[in-house]
Design a protein around this ligand. Structure first.
Ligand code: ATP
Length: 251
């Protein structure tokens, strides 16, 4: 199997009150290119810590992390950010508030390059940005000149997703990215997410507490508990799962 992401026996510890507390232990996970994995687990199970270990926001105590053929285990987060895009729960996290939607998209299109906001560059890209924004189905294309702080949470999260995927990431990490949205907006952001991930065949992990979304989207589903992966369902097994099966893991 081709390997896009491989976590090999990854452990993460923190020291609190002079004792070592394991946050992640023995994490083994291999994703093929295009794998789209729902990540479930109770509060505190270690889901965000696993993402932090991959992005370098927390150091691993042992084990190795390989992404697209690069051993990134000890690389700085800034360097990994060229390969990894992450969308957070808070719509304010992903965008620069005073800059317009189009300027944010231009920045995202130049991720990893030197930043110059030449208006010529912006003009040349406007038609492309309009087309991209229209895909999200929430009027974002009519707001290209507006500062992102004036957008709705849903529009802002749609923009965060476009920015995360504009320059194809080797890995897309979605960290409860619909949790702060109302049910209708959340459903619409999930459908944009699904379109972007499947059309572009992106390798993606999505933390969610919405069991329906975990069942509906993606070709794999993993469950974390107490810092370990306790279940890894493939597409066939996932298709046979029910909400009740998943609820058992939250007992
Ligand atoms: N930097 C840190 N220092 C100390 N403890 C931490 C640190 N980061 C996470 N933890 C602890 O590790 C455990 C796992 O946290 P994590 O945020 O990964 O859980 P989670 O599965 O994402 O939970 P949630 O669903 O609530 O977001 C929690 O008990 C948390 O308090």
């Amino acid at each position: 199997m081709a390997e896009q992401l491989k976590l090999d026996n990854v452990a993460v510890n923190v020291v609190a009150d002079n004792t070592v507390k394991p946050l992640l232990s023995g994490i083994d996970l291999t994703l093929a290119p295009g794998d789209y994995v729902a990540v479930l687990g109770t509060n505190g199970a270690g889901k965000s810590t696993m993402f932090n270990a991959i992005t370098g926001d927390i150091e691993v105590a042992s084990g190795t992390i390989t992404l697209a053929g690069h051993n990134i285990t000890h690389e700085k987060p800034e360097k990994r950010a060229r390969l990894i895009a992450r969308v957070f729960q808070d719509p304010k996290m992903g965008t620069a508030p005073r800059m317009s939607v189009a300027e944010n998209l231009l920045l995202a299109s130049r991720r990893g390059q030197r930043l110059t906001l030449a208006s010529r560059g912006l003009k040349a890209q406007m038609a492309h940005f309009e087309q991209l924004a229209a895909q999200t189905g929430n009027g974002l294309e009519k707001a290209l000149d507006r500062p992102t702080e004036s957008l709705s949470g849903g529009q802002r999260q749609a923009l965060s997703l476009l920015m995360a995927t504009l320059k194809r990431p080797e890995l897309l990490l979605l960290d409860e990215h619909t949790a702060a949205l109302d049910p209708k907006t959340s459903a619409s952001i999930m459908s944009v997410t699904d379109k972007l991930v499947t059309q572009e065949h992106l390798t993606c992990m999505m933390i969610t507490h919405h069991l329906e979304d975990a069942l509906k989207y993606g070709n794999r589903l993993i469950v974390l508990s107490q810092g370990r992966i306790i279940k890894d369902f493939n597409a066939e097994q996932k298709a046979a799962l029910t909400r009740a099966d998943l609820l058992d893991y939250f007992g």
